[in-house]
Design a protein around this ligand. Structure first.
Ligand SMILES: [Fe+2]
Length: 185
């Protein structure tokens, strides 16, 4: 774990590093509460933003080279690729091949229908970890302790609502995830 922390510290700004450490701890706590493997949660939390500080043009070309670009929204907002690209890079750079951890890193920004438990948990932890500050964050923190499925839906609502309010593009994968989990509720 220390080796991973060193590797990501070299890639991220101070503020971003503070964020990933907060997500690591939040994810480990949620994992303990919900019966998810705690070490996997901590590793995925720590590494979820591994590719986050790569400049947009480089992000796009690195993702293209790995066949990770699947949608025109990603070409317009290359930042959205930092999840899938990060999952690939932790494999290439750090030798991490745990499929749950890779899935969690890959999906932490966009989500997807039928996410694994760890991926759900990291998606939520990224949004509610200490340092995040938006009107409903305390409510979301409480829901996340009680009910992970409910929290996931609330987190999608929060993310999509934010995009609508700010006139930002919404990735179709996030809409698919929303529809999937609403039907399942
Ligand atoms: Fe991220």
């Amino acid at each position: 774990m220390e080796e991973y922390e060193k590797a990501i510290r070299e890639r991220l700004s101070k503020d971003r590093m503070r964020h990933v450490l907060a997500v690591r701890d939040c994810a480990a706590e949620l994992a303990a509460l919900h019966g998810v493997e705690q070490r996997d949660a901590a590793v995925a939390g720590l590494l979820h933003d591994y590719a986050r500080d790569i400049p947009a043009d480089q992000m796009l070309s690195m993702a293209r080279a790995r066949g990770l670009v699947s949608c025109s929204v990603e070409e317009k907002v290359p930042l959205l690729l930092h999840g899938p690209l990060g999952a690939q890079l932790i494999k290439e750079d750090l030798g991490i091949d745990n499929p749950q951890v890779m899935e969690a890193v890959a999906l932490h920004t966009l989500g997807r229908p039928a996410m694994g438990r760890l991926a759900q948990l990291i998606y939520i932890a990224d949004l509610i970890a200490p340092g995040r500050d938006f009107p409903s964050v305390e409510r979301l923190r409480k829901i996340a302790r009680d009910d992970l499925d409910r929290a996931l839906l609330e987190c999608f609502a929060s993310t999509i609502g934010y995009c609508l309010q700010k006139f930002k593009l919404i990735h179709p994968q996030t809409i698919d995830a929303w529809n999937y989990y609403v039907v399942r509720k």
